[in-house]
Design a protein around this ligand. Structure first.
Ligand code: B12
Length: 255
């Protein structure tokens, strides 16, 4: 089987696995991107993200391609945090369910690649960091950006052609799969001299304007506060999430 056919099968597999979750009320069809480890944004990943970030070889010796995929939320999920007093219940439900499924989807793709004679390594979707220093050794949205799935916005969120209310995952393989082209979809209207400031103003703790000056810790703490409030006041034990800086974005949901 040639690598073009393998690439196509991987795309189909990821789409099918998301359909199999059986929640079209929460998720839309995923998008899949491929990037070579020789791409400058991967070669220079420690300069772009930070020195703590793994190189592809740290995750999988001999890695040749990174497969990034994104699962877009439905309009109902995308808008939920903006309407909710705390974090939205639907947003949190969508967050929890996809986290479990990311593990299953990536494992299925890795098993498939191994059945074709290649090595593959999966990377957990989230919660793989120390809260006292909230960064991961593998940034899925950086991989999605490098694989042409989107471009970063002012709220630090990656905007894709289906919006920014999406979730990301990625995995690595020793197979040489053809890279996707560059991103050509809509971009943040607050960057490059644009005037949009909706996400900055929507943050209840003003975290985005001072991200490296305590903002990211306040963002993290707010999610914990929401978790406790939802437990106490709504009697629902769900994930610590927020998402208000995404819901307010004019590009949160794109058809
Ligand atoms: C730690 C973490 C947090 C921490 C802090 C994050 C931080 N320090 O940036 C806290 C708890 C505060 C947090 C908050 C949130 N998080 Co969070 N988080 C993570 C986690 C586990 C690691 C992110 C990380 O290491 N960040 C370090 C920074 C440096 O990297 P980065 O932000 O990923 O990417 C930056 C660089 O690549 C850089 N960059 C700049 N220029 C360029 C140019 C190029 C070419 C490239 C390639 C990159 C690049 O810009 C990016 C943004 O600054 C990831 C999962 C993962 N493993 O990727 C989820 C993740 C980033 N979180 C996610 C989400 C949804 C959220 C929240 C909305 C909460 C929620 N779940 O409701 C908020 C949003 C806050 C915000 N506006 O950024 C999603 C993002 C979805 C999206 N649409 O972008 C992720 C990807 C989880 C997932 N699997 O989907 N998170």
């Amino acid at each position: 089987m040639d690598t073009a056919a393998i690439r196509k099968e991987i795309e189909e597999m990821i789409k099918e696995k998301v359909r199999d979750i059986g929640r079209p009320d929460l998720y839309r069809e995923p998008m899949v991107g491929f990037v070579s480890v020789d791409d400058p944004s991967i070669v220079n990943v420690k300069d772009i993200v930070g020195p703590w970030h793994d190189s592809p070889d740290d995750q999988l010796p001999g890695a040749r391609t990174i497969i990034a995929y994104t699962v877009p939320f439905t309009r109902e999920v995308a808008m939920d945090p903006g309407n909710a007093e705390f974090s939205g219940l639907t947003w949190s439900e969508a967050y929890v369910i996809i986290n479990k499924n990311f593990e299953l989807i990536s494992k299925a793709v890795a098993d498939y690649l191994r059945s074709k004679g290649y090595e593959a390594a999966t990377v957990t979707a989230t919660n793989d960091y120390d809260p006292s220093d909230p960064v991961s050794s593998w940034s899925h949205r950086t991989m999605a950006c490098a694989a042409g799935l989107g471009k970063f916005g002012m709220n630090r969120i990656l905007i894709t052609s289906r919006g920014s209310a999406v979730r990301y995952c990625s995995l690595l393989t020793t197979a040489d799969l053809e890279p996707s082209g560059p991103y050509e979809g809509p971009v943040c209207t607050g960057l490059d001299g644009g005037s949009c400031r909706l996400c900055l103003d929507a943050c209840p703790v003003d975290a985005l304007t001072r991200w490296y000056d305590g903002g990211k810790f306040d963002c993290q703490e707010l999610q914990e506060v929401y978790h406790e409030k939802m437990l106490e006041e709504l009697k629902v034990d769900t994930a610590g999430t927020c998402g208000k800086c995404i819901a307010v974005c004019p590009l949160a949901y794109i058809e």
